[in-house]
Design a binder for this molecule. Structure first.
Ligand code: ASP
Length: 323
């Protein structure tokens, strides 16, 4: 598309429950991310530049389950996943199981732009980070250690093994205090991009990879349809290829809002296993935005030339029905 577009950015800070102690930092964090990402777009930066900047702001914040402050796995260590996608070229990059890369989304972009691959995990990804001299950080924070101890204590009250995820969440809904971050954007050239970054599900097994770095599941962008970033229980988004599904609904004629709501109805219909826990943000090439969830919260913010300040909310359209 060659005609000039008004840039748009939508960010989310996860579908987890927002406890009172986290409310202010989280809401401030998403607004700052939307603003920084939008500034990049206003200056003529690409949608890829915009979503990367917005996600980096949240990775550095410490209040989100991404980058610094990521959730801890059952071994008490961090394993971060991220991905980024360019809707113009359908190029994509993803990384997983990172231990101390400060900005996983930057490494995902390096995979996209500097390698022939889409997805690199673990030691190989860490080596790439070293090659490109990416900053490292100890991503384990006091807050996450506190959450970990509480969550693990509850988990062990009844049993000594990890049950399957669905019954785990049913029994311990506070496990859903997870706050993956993501951003979708439309730039002045009319190109879309999406980026998603996470520490993954709290108490996950070592080596578990969620939806966030899986192209089409937690993240997708295509100029022919839309851009979408997902948050929530990764195993649901993987099985429904959820981000791509949202984009397919947009391609079929729905607005991003209708598409996000339709995808949450699909979750309710096809995954009726007692835990409601997905959130979605989306944008299309016309700059229309959408956000919907079935989780308790979805903190999100957006900025367009019509909104002088980021518009933010701890909830969006909460979809409970399945049809
Ligand atoms: N979707 C992420 C995962 O399952 C977690 C989240 O969104 O908070 O890894």
């Amino acid at each position: 598309m060659s005609k000039k577009q008004k840039p748009v950015i939508v960010v989310h800070g996860g579908a987890g429950a927002i406890t009172p102690e986290r409310n202010q930092p989280v809401m401030e964090g998403i607004k700052r991310a939307a603003k920084k990402g939008f500034d990049v777009l206003k200056r003529g930066g690409t949608a890829v530049d915009g979503v990367m900047k917005a996600v980096m702001v949240m990775e550095d914040d410490g209040s989100f389950n991404a980058g610094y402050g990521s959730s801890l796995n059952i071994d008490r260590s961090v394993e971060m996943d991220a991905s980024i996608m360019d809707g113009k070229t359908l190029q994509a990059g993803a990384v997983a199981l990172l231990k101390d890369v400060k900005n996983p989304v930057r490494l995902a972009r390096i995979v996209m732009e500097k390698t022939d691959h889409v997805f690199i995990a673990g030691e190989g990804a860490e080596r790439l980070a070293t090659l490109f001299k990416l900053e490292r950080v100890n991503a384990v924070t006091e807050l996450r250690l506190k959450y970990y101890e509480g969550q693990k204590k509850k988990l062990l009250e009844g049993q000594f093994e990890l049950p399957k995820l669905a019954s785990l969440i049913k029994e311990y809904p506070e496990l859903l205090e997870s706050d993956t971050v993501g951003a979708v954007a439309l730039d002045k050239e009319g190109n879309l991009a999406a980026a998603t970054s996470t520490g993954g599900f709290p108490l996950k097994l070592p080596g578990r990879i969620g939806d966030s770095p899986l192209i089409g599941c937690g993240n997708y962008a295509d100029n022919e349809s839309g851009a979408c970033s997902a948050t929530g229980v990764g195993e649901i988004a993987i099985r429904l290829v959820l981000a791509k599904t949202v984009c397919a609904y947009i391609e079929a004629g729905k607005t991003p809002q209708e598409a996000a709501e339709q995808a949450i109805r699909l979750v309710n219909q096809r995954m009726p296993i007692g835990y409601n826990s997905m959130g979605l943000v989306a944008v299309d090439v016309h700059g229309r935005i959408g956000a919907a969830h079935n989780s308790p919260n979805l903190c999100w913010a957006y900025l367009t030339p019509e909104t002088p300040k980021p518009v933010s909310s701890p909830t969006a359209k909460n979809v409970k029905e399945s049809h």
